[in-house]
Design a protein around this ligand. Structure first.
Ligand code: GLN
Length: 318
């Protein structure tokens, strides 16, 4: 399907205007820092495979990446270990349960399920090389995130402290994984890496670039750098498609047609393979921890364009 950049820009702006006054949802309150972010913030950014970016609203506002970070670490470990090894050690199953579910680990004690829920993401952090060296592991995460997003990210110190002081459920997860031999480095260190990566500040624009890198099978469209092997792109998109919205993933895919990953900081990163990366950000969340306005905005755009991962249209922007 062909569309001009002008018409695509008009659709993104239309989505922004249609959604900006929607007032559903509320900021995450279980992480004190997130509770105080202005709820009216809202931005949408779309990045094309050739690096052109369309953006409207608060796309330069730096917010907590939170669970969207799980995708980036999943790519890092899949790229390092290969798809089969990550399947063996973590798994790729949708839990159908909330992101921080302990019940999910008990049900599937042979696997943390997927690198895109808390258990699997903590396990993925434990797999980052080199084993046993927290500083070098952090450097590996830090430089890889920068390559995926097309620029260095910085940790929001206040968020990191806020989350570290209150992450008792995640501590339980890390040690339960240890009980099942599903964590591959020190549990406290792995959890700390996870908490730090969740506390990265990111902009909607940077998430759109990261999404476009995935849509582009590993080549960052802005820097031109190959960040991961193109052969693993389908597995990455499948992880996002099956668990990106946790217990609401089916509803999301059915209504939006596009795989996407959410975070409790209010960001959503969506991927239309071959066509674009699309990010939206707004702090108020629904009951499952997914940004209320960002969901509406992305759905507005995909439905208007008629793109769907199960359809046959690739968007060609002229
Ligand atoms: N850091 C958050 C947590 O572990 C991430 C949750 C999310 O964004 N869904 O609870």
């Amino acid at each position: 399907m062909k569309i001009s950049k002008k018409d695509l820009t008009a659709i993104v702006k239309e989505a922004y205007n249609a959604v900006k006054d929607e007032n559903g949802g509320k900021n995450a309150d279980y992480i004190p820092y997130l509770q105080n972010i202005p709820s009216s913030l809202f931005g949408i950014a779309l990045c094309l495979p050739d690096g052109r970016i369309i953006e409207v609203g608060d796309t330069q506002y730096v917010f907590g990446i939170e669970s969207v970070s799980k995708v980036l670490t999943a790519i890092l470990v899949i790229n390092e270990y290969g798809t089969a090894e990550v399947m063996n050690r973590i798994g790729a199953d949708a839990t159908g349960l909330p992101f921080n579910s302990i019940f999910a680990i008990l049900l599937e004690k042979d696997h943390p399920s997927s690198p895109l829920v808390n258990a699997g993401a903590i396990s993925a952090c434990s797999m980052v090389k080199p084993t046993g060296d927290a500083d070098k592991k952090w450097q590996a995460i830090d430089s890889y995130f920068a390559r995926l997003c097309g620029g260095k990210l910085s940790v929001i110190d206040e968020l990191y402290k806020s989350e570290s002081a209150t992450n008792f459920n995640n501590k339980s997860i890390a040690w339960l994984l240890k009980n099942y031999n599903r964590i591959y480095d020190d549990p406290d260190m792995s959890l700390d890496l996870y908490t730090r990566q969740c506390s990265y500040g990111v902009t909607a624009r940077q998430l759109a670039v990261c999404g476009a890198t995935i849509a582009n099978k590993g080549v960052n469209p802005v820097t031109g750098e190959r960040v991961f092997d193109s052969a693993i792109a389908p597995q990455i998109v499948s992880l996002i498609a099956t668990v990106g919205f946790y217990e609401h993933t089916g509803d999301w895919l059915y209504t939006s047609g596009i795989p996407a990953k959410t975070g409790v900081g209010g960001g959503i990163m969506a991927i239309m393979p071959g066509s674009f990366g699309l990010a939206a950000f707004s702090p108020p969340l629904d009951d499952a921890g997914n940004s209320y306005r960002a969901q509406l905005a992305i759905k507005y755009i995909t439905n208007k364009l008629g793109v769907n991962i199960f359809g046959d249209s690739v968007l060609e922007v002229v």
